[in-house]
Design a protein around this ligand. Sequence first.
Ligand code: UDP
Ligand code: MG
Length: 166
Amino acid sequence: MKEQTLVLIKPDGLKKSLTGNILTRLSETKLDIVGTKIVQVSKELAEAHYCHLKDKPFFPELIHYIMGDYHKKKVMALVYWGEDAIGKVRSICGETNPEKADSVSIRGAYGRITTNGVYENVIHASENSKEAEREIKLWFQPDEIIISNIYPTEEIEKTIKARRWK
Ligand code: UDP
Ligand code: MG
C-alpha cells in the first residue's frame, strides 16, 4: 500500500552535519520525497508533536531537545511517500533507544543517550498511519506537499500579511 510518513532530522542530526548521511540512508528505500522544509520549532509545536509523552519524566528535556536548545534551533522536516513508507523508514531508523538500536541503523550509528536521560537519536519517523496523518497535518500545509489529496482538503479564502522579494 502506498502511504506517507513524516521524517524529522532532529537538531542533533543537523548540528552533527548528518543531513547528507541520513538522506543517503533513507534513499535506500526508493521512496519519494514529496515535501521538505527547515523549521524553527516553537514550544507549542514541540508539545503538540510529542503530546503522547506529556506524562513522562523526560518530557521537559525532550521539548528542549526538539526545540534545539542543546544543538541548533532547527529541524529538517520531510514527507516520504511510497509503498510501505512507514515500515521502511522506521526499519532504517532503528529502535528508539540508540544503544539498543542495530548499529547499522541510523539511530544505532549516530544516536546517544545523554546524562539527563534523553535519547538523542537524530531522527524521528512516524510510527503508524494514524500518527503519520496527525504529524504531517501538524508540520505541513496541504500546498507544501507536491502530491495532492494525501488527505482530504477544502478551499478557504484568507487575507494574510506575507513577505515578497523587494
Ligand atoms: N525518548 C526518550 N526516552 C525514552 C523514550 C523516548 O528520550 O525513554 C525520546 C526519543 O528522542 C524518542 C522520542 O522521545 O525518539 C519519542 O519517543 P517515542 O516513544 O515516540 O519513540 P520513537 O517513535 O521516536 O521511536
Ligand atoms: Mg513515536
